[in-house]
Write a protein that binds this ligand. Sequence first.
Ligand code: PA5
Length: 424
Amino acid sequence: MSITLNTDYLKGFIQPTDLSSLTAQVQAAHLGLHHKSGKGNDFLGWLDLPSRITEGFLNELNALAKEVQSHSDVLISIGIGGSYLGIRSTIEFLGGVSKLPVYYAGHNISSDYLHNLLETVKDKRVTVIVISKSGTTTEPAVAFRVIKKALEARYSAQELKKRIICVTDEKKGALRTIAEKSGYRSFVIPDDVGGRFSVLTPVGLVPLALAGIDIKSLVEGAVKGQNEYSVMDLEKNTAYRYAALRYLLYKKGKKIEVLSSFYPEMFFVAEWFKQLFGESEGKNGKGIFPASLIFSTDLHSMGQLMQDGERNIFETFVMIDKPRFDVEIPFEAEDIDGFNYVAGKGIDYVNKKAYEATAAAHFEGGVPNMTLTLCKGDAFHLGHLYYFFEKAIAIHGYLLDVNPFDQPGVEAYKKKMFALLGKK
Ligand code: PA5
């Protein structure tokens, strides 16, 4: 098992019979997905995506990566939402160590941000990857315009063909037209994979390969997830158990899920999770509000509310069994700070004790909580976790009887913004 689920601290909140009473509903959700007969069934390309990624394609991306790394100092990745979060989450989870430093653009409309970014890269050799499934999203389109203009002042049109890569729809959208007219290299986002489920399509794989991330391991972990979480049996399928438990907690008035972890490297994984879960289930007046905290940092800011605030929260911890590196706490002869009692222990040991204490305290304070534990904090286990959450939210969406694969609500602000901007 690459991921385990501990539910000890649901005791008293969820009865074993509550879970078994959901068996038939979970099976119906499973069949709806796997027979492609449920809501949103034209967006199920993610379901068997990991196993359809070929070795040849990954080799092609790694070869492109070598070429780009040889002529670039930095990569600018332009995109927002599903065309941004999975990339950043992967790079940051793996410790931010990439062969090609990555800067992000198109995920906000701050002029100061864009100005500072252009200043930062002005003396660097730049490659840009612009990612937009629709090819028409305002934030990345505007950022791409600005960045392209800056690059045009430095590079010939011929050189830009090497330095601009587009990831977009096969036929539709302005970005496809731009790529074709200008002769930029391009990759296709499959029609049947929604933005928030697209981290293992070229949306994620191309920039991650360019950055030097081990995309083969990421995909292998997801393939393992695809196999493990294709089992219909609620007892054997951890993703389904997690989905069913969330559903039961929601029905008992726990309307907010806090994804808590004890690693700052998880910050963007949680951001990715929030988009995946929030956009998938928050519709028709339903849906758990996904929030996230990074401990122990946030225990010193949000700890009070978690322990003692309104009891409409449940918590899901994400822990990592073995850190990639551990750091020993040194012994000091004088022991002025009084911490010799942990001398010789690893920092991870203290972190795990902080987790154990927090999970117990929050439970006693009325916050039911469960813990997902990954064996390791590497690309393989992250790929596995991505698939775990994708499968879990698909099942949970069906339990809630919503379409987990659309996002009609996202259009409302855009319509008003376009009217204010005078778009014709
Ligand atoms: O999940 C989604 O579909 C959205 O969050 C999109 O990923 C986001 O709006 C970006 O869209 P696009 O890739 O079309 O620019």
